[in-house]
Design a protein around this ligand. Structure first.
Ligand SMILES: Cc1cc2nc3c(=O)[nH]c(=O)nc-3n(C[C@H](O)[C@H](O)[C@H](O)COP(=O)(O)OP(=O)(O)OC[C@H]3O[C@@H](n4cnc5c(N)ncnc54)[C@H](O)[C@@H]3O)c2cc1C
Length: 252
């Protein structure tokens, strides 16, 4: 049975510093992001009473940044924001596919990437993408920040390398632009053609590439024809081999 509501306390924080102080001052306090997992637990009577620290107004945990050698997104990025981001569509396409598969629109509007990771469900949709991209997590607490490779983060069922009072701040994917640029320049491929080629090399079928890039299957077929023409190749298998020879699949 659900505990009475007055046994829950929600501390709304306006900055990252406030949130970290609130978590540090009360070791039993838990972060509250979009609430899509926590509210289900509450309704089922499994959410422990006590203090929750609301992150929804913490600007430092939001935003999608690209530039330099990485693309990063704040832990409070919602699935809807992932789906609407041109940057992520280009730099993190499989994340968009995972977001599109997650729940319905209401869940996509509230649910966050950080919450999906920290909820640590073995059935969650975004963690396999983070593994595929060799992503890392920036973790922050009142004692400082640290970066953890995602492959090291989840250690078992509901077990993770997240210390008391620590928050997932950002998800980071390194992008090897230098590796891809000379090949693209030499071949005259457009950004979109390079995206298609990378996804082909990653083993995705035409329809899956279309879903990942939010274009039609017919457009993917046209891009593939252009890629073959520009590279002087005769088949998709040759294009895949070309991408692997130039390590293009590694920067997906
Ligand atoms: C109807 C429905 C359908 C769903 N379908 C899917 C689906 O298809 N695939 C899927 O993967 N998931 C699905 N979910 C699960 C859920 O939407 C996701 O796990 C969501 O991303 C959780 O994010 P949130 O912001 O709502 O987290 P919350 O519920 O606020 O928090 C979840 C957990 O993460 C912790 N937490 C949150 N943010 C942080 C942070 N920055 N740092 C540290 N800890 C943090 C919280 O303390 C809590 O323990 C579904 C949920 C519902 C209700």
């Amino acid at each position: 049975m659900r505990p009475p509501l007055d046994r829950y306390e929600l501390t709304v924080c306006a900055s990252l510093q406030d949130a970290l102080s609130a978590l540090a001052s009360d070791p039993s306090a838990r972060p509250f992001a979009g609430g899509t997992d926590l509210m289900v637990l509450m309704e089922a009577g499994h959410l422990p009473a006590g203090r929750y620290v609301d992150l929804s107004r913490v600007r430092e945990l939001r935003g999608i940044d690209t530039g330099g050698d990485a693309v990063t997104l704040g832990a409070m990025t919602t699935y809807t924001e992932v789906l609407r981001s041109n940057v992520l569509r280009r730099e993190f396409p499989l994340l968009g596919m995972a977001a599109a598969e997650t729940g319905g629109v209401a869940t996509q509007n509230r649910g966050t990437i950080g919450g999906n990771i920290a909820n640590a469900s073995p059935a969650a949709d975004t963690p396999p993408v983070l593994l595929a991209y060799d992503a890392s997590l920036d973790l922050v607490s009142s004692s400082g920040t640290r970066r953890v490779a995602y492959t090291e983060f989840h250690r078992g069922y509901k077990q993770m390398d997240l210390r008391p009072g620590e928050l997932i701040a950002r998800v980071r994917r390194a992008v090897d632009r230098a590796a891809a640029t000379p090949v693209r320049a030499a071949a005259g491929l457009t950004e979109r053609e390079l995206d298609v080629l990378r996804l082909l090399a990653d083993g995705l079928r035409q329809e899956q590439i279309a879903r990942a890039l939010f274009i039609t299957s017919k457009t993917v077929a046209t891009h593939i024809q252009h890629i073959l023409g520009k590279l002087g190749l005769h088949s998709r298998a040759e294009a895949v081999a070309f991408a692997h020879r130039h390590n293009l699949f590694r920067s997906i």
